[in-house]
Design a binder for this molecule. Structure first.
Ligand SMILES: [Zn+2]
Length: 206
């Protein structure tokens, strides 16, 4: 019983901290359970009609806008790197898990959160398109590699290096931009709700 209690306390501490969700994995049998656990904890912590004294982002006093935030995790059980990558970016296919939390924001923070979320979503779509193009460029770099192997000239090697590195840096840069924007669009005091792979998916007046 004491052991069980300790276990529970460790879990509660992790939930309230800024530690990534993968740290919860030892407590559960699979990733899906970790995600539903987080979703449940957060919905309970920020219920509809929950009263707060000030704005959830800047603590400004009333008048406050009651706001529903929708969060979404997209995840896959496939090990295929590219498919997983595209799935993470394009939040439509595959398995997804949504939950809602309820907050009250001052007019400024409400407007800012709506705008930032739209910018983050725009980034997600742009990165998705860029990654599709880079897939092509990367495939081309492999073709050029064949050419380089069969007939080495510096010009051929140059084309290979250009395609290879622009593809590589593009992928890393795109994913970095997406992760940064996903985080940036969440008001700072609420960032622990949107832990990877959850992103802020919707902001609406309740
Ligand atoms: Zn505010």
């Amino acid at each position: 019983m004491a052991h069980r209690h300790q276990h529970r306390e460790d879990l509660q501490r992790l939930v309230a901290s800024s530690e990534p969700l993968r740290k919860l994995q030892p407590f559960f049998s699979n990733w899906e359970d970790v995600l539903s656990f987080h979703a449940r904890q957060m919905s309970v912590r920020f219920p509809a009609g929950g009263e707060t004294s000030g704005c959830a982002a800047c603590e400004a006093p009333a008048p406050l806008v009651p706001t529903t935030l929708r969060w979404r995790a997209t995840y896959g059980n496939t090990r295929t790197a590219l498919v997983t990558l595209l799935t993470l970016l394009h939040h439509s296919a595959h398995m997804q898990l949504d939950f809602e939390t309820h907050h009250r924001f001052c007019a400024n923070c409400y407007r800012r959160t709506v705008l930032h979320r739209v910018l983050a979503e725009l980034t997600r779509h742009v990165v998705f398109i860029i990654l599709l193009l880079l897939g092509g460029i990367f495939a081309m770099s492999l073709l050029w590699l064949m050419v380089v192997i069969m007939d080495f000239t510096w010009a051929n090697f140059g084309w290979f290096a250009l395609a290879f590195f622009s593809g590589g840096f593009g992928v890393v840069g795109g994913l970095w931009a997406k992760a940064t924007m996903d985080r940036w669009c969440i008001p700072v005091p609420l960032r622990f709700i949107g832990k990877y792979p959850f992103v802020l998916y919707g902001v609406k007046r309740t």
